[in-house]
Design a protein around this ligand. Sequence first.
Ligand SMILES: Nc1ncnc2c1ncn2[C@@H]1O[C@H](COP(=O)(O)OP(=O)(O)OP(=O)(O)O)[C@@H](O)[C@H]1O
Ligand SMILES: [Mg+2]
Length: 252
Amino acid sequence: MRTNTTLVINPKGGSGKTTITTNLASYFAAKGTPTAIMDYDPQGSSLNWLRLRPGDAPRIHGANAAPAKGLRLRSIDMRVPEETRQLVIDGFAGASGLVLQEMLSRANCILIPVAPSPIDIHATANFIRDLLLSASLRARKLRIAVVANRVRSSMPVYQPLERFLNSLSLKLLTRVGDSDVYLKAAETGTGIFEMDFASSALERQQFQPIVDWVESEPLFVAKPAVPAARPALHSVSGPAWRSVSGAPRLIR
Ligand SMILES: Nc1ncnc2c1ncn2[C@@H]1O[C@H](COP(=O)(O)OP(=O)(O)OP(=O)(O)O)[C@@H](O)[C@H]1O
Ligand SMILES: [Mg+2]
């Protein structure tokens, strides 16, 4: 088994990176999957949410990847337990350069929450185009998905966002509504999947496509088939492990 790493990122502040990160992580933790959050944001919002988590809530490991200050040893704070199966990285607004490359190099999947407003779409558009054009990302066949966040019920479909995504042949994974349930979860160190079902049914339904998309990344690795008859005294070489379902699907 390997660790699936999901990077939640958008250069625009307040787009919902921490909200998606914490709810995704708490979903996995609640179902018993060893889960960790790596927080790159110097504000440490995801790590603060972890501190608020009730003592009896399923455990989520918190790793601090924010730039080191003083005598802090970043490489030690960034470690995650070996048994981690789902790692969710909370990116930070305006990330660029080496730190952006570092986050991208860790990821298998990239989730981009975007608020359906012209200003936010504009700020996000160039970032997504750059990602899609990046030779190294194409070579690694990273998957990218976009989530509309804080969608108001009075305006459930936002044409400019749909048009922009269509122009890049990207699909909108889901629309996450603007809901107080997310605020309550943020205040209490929990996630929507850990709350009373009746009070969070709509939010769960809207969030589920995110979970399904992340879970569709294969976690298992298997040994290559052992040849039926192996000549004595000959060593068998070749790749040690491979992904059961082959290479992950291409970006869109
Ligand atoms: N779907 C939602 N419904 C209601 N409130 C939301 C929703 N998504 C996010 N929020 C709220 O909006 C604010 C910003 O969200 P969040 O902190 O997740 O964004 P962010 O992208 O992590 O911000 P930053 O760039 O500052 O790290 C928070 O107060 C959060 O609780
Ligand atoms: Mg944040």
